[in-house]
Ligand binder design. Structure first.
Ligand code: S3P
Length: 426
């Protein structure tokens, strides 16, 4: 579906509630499926990715019911059942990678499949550590479909070259079913929702710097309200900073320090961003975020910043095009392995609308501030974050842009356009 984005002529103003965090929703439904009893998950994501996780858990014999529009109950006897058919992970890397860890140690076989984009993404990163634990996983040259033949697993002390919450979670989840103490060490700390949630469910989990260890544990049911997703809020943070005279209040956003890289970058660029009403909800920090149109300056984004804002880099590129001077993004080579190659695609799209951006192997360099001209069509390669990043760019172009594949925003943020409309002329 093609969507024409008309440049705005008035500020974006008002207050909105950002929908549920995708990472936390995935984990909540998967982990409560492993717990004996009844779990309740409020504000569960309506994004297609989290629905893929929910459907996979149902196919593994877990009873999941909607109590209202956004609340689910998960009723499990703590033991998964052999699925009758392949488990479709759709577009969701998180579903496939975390489920492979859960399934590797079961006493049955299962097959994980994905859509065209997911079937091209690298799975060696999970097959390798799981195999070291004794798992038996057949793949299509280290890509999906993955046939997971359940085995008795043993612990591993795995040192990962990649800082990846998906790989870390996969190994820790397999560790719940393995003999001995399983450890995962990463070069830079990635998001820690798995550690926090497993701990709150009674797992025997220990954290020592960049090393996390877990041993066989029984999980207690979960009772959780999922906060708003900072990765979804990012589109509104950037829109508020670049559309003249805007001021937006974003309510109930998860501000786990492993996810707030974008806030630090906005501050580094001199942007007006404030956290209000900071609080803690079930082990996850939550706050409201106020953002105002700002004069920005370029900055460097690298090293330990990267895992803390990995999914926000496409929209940060739009922000950087509106900052005076040079912004350098480096150490972000894994961006090429997301739903699309988010380095080449972003560089090509931003060049097309008039930004001064240069591709590097592990990132990009942007020289701002440039007036974005638009007046073209942008391809989005079935990638939800590209869709919404280009939409934000379209708001400040001189001429309308047409976004191809707009419907892919449903993967993480079906409510995106309605919320943006609410702020226009607010
Ligand atoms: C996620 C981790 C990140 C992120 C993805 C969600 C998670 O991936 O890009 O959208 O929920 O664990 P990597 O762990 O591969 O960096």
């Amino acid at each position: 579906m093609k969507k024409q984005v008309i440049p705005v002529t008035a500020p974006l103003r008002g207050q909105i509630e950002i929908p549920s965090d995708k990472s936390i929703s995935h984990r909540a439904v998967m982990f409560s499926s492993l717990a004996k009893g009844r779990s309740v998950i409020r504000n569960f994501s309506k994004g297609a990715d989290c629905i893929s996780s929910l459907n996979v858990c149902r196919k593994l014999g877990v009873s999941i019911n909607y109590l209202d529009d956004k609340t689910i109950e998960v009723i499990s006897d703590g033991v998964l059942k052999e699925p009758a058919a392949p488990l479709d992970c759709g577009n969701s890397g998180t579903t496939m990678r975390l489920m492979s860890g859960i399934l590797a140690g079961q006493n049955f076989n299962s097959v994980l499949t994905g859509d065209e984009s997911l079937s091209k993404r690298p799975m060696k990163r999970v097959i390798e550590p799981l195999s070291l634990m004794g798992a038996d996983i057949a793949s299509n040259d280290n890509k999906a479909p993955l046939t997971v033949n359940g085995k008795k697993l043993h612990a591993v002390d795995y040192i990962s070259k990649l800082a990846s919450a998906q790989v870390k979670s996969c190994v820790l989840l397999a560790g719940l079913f393995a003999d001995g103490v399983t450890s995962f060490t990463e070069p830079v700390r990635s998001r820690d929702h798995t550690e926090r949630m497993l701990k709150s469910m009674g797992a025997d989990i220990k954290i020592d710097g960049n090393r996390v260890s877990v041993s066989k544990s029984e999980l207690k049911p979960l009772d959780i309200t999922v906060p708003g997703d900072i990765s979804s809020a990012a589109f509104f943070i950037v829109a508020g900073l670049v559309v003249p005279e805007s001021e937006i209040l974003l309510k109930n956003i998860g501000v786990n320090p492993a996810r707030t890289g974008i806030i630090d970058v906005v501050k580094r660029m001199g942007g007006a961003i404030e956290l209000l009403n900071e609080r803690d909800e079930q082990g996850e920090p939550v706050a409201d975020i106020r953002v105002k149109y700002s004069k920005l300056k370029g900055c460097e984004i690298s090293g330990a910043d990267i895992p803390r804002l990995i999914d926000e880099l496409p929209v940060i590129a739009v922000l950087a095009a509106q900052a005076e001077g040079m912004t350098v993004v480096k150490d972000a080579g894994d961006l090429r392995n997301k739903e699309a190659d988010r380095i080449t695609t972003v560089v090509n799209a931003l060049k097309l609308i008039g930004a001064d951006i240069e591709e590097k192997t592990d990132g990009f360099v942007i020289n701002g501030k440039t007036e974005l001209r638009g007046g073209c069509e942008l391809e989005t390669f079935h990638d939800h974050r590209l869709v919404m990043s280009y939409y934000v760019a379209g708001l400040i172009c001189k001429e309308p842009v047409v976004i191809d594949g707009f419907e892919w925003s449903k993967i993480s943020f079906p409510e995106f356009e309605t919320l943006m409309e609410n702020l226009k002329g607010g």
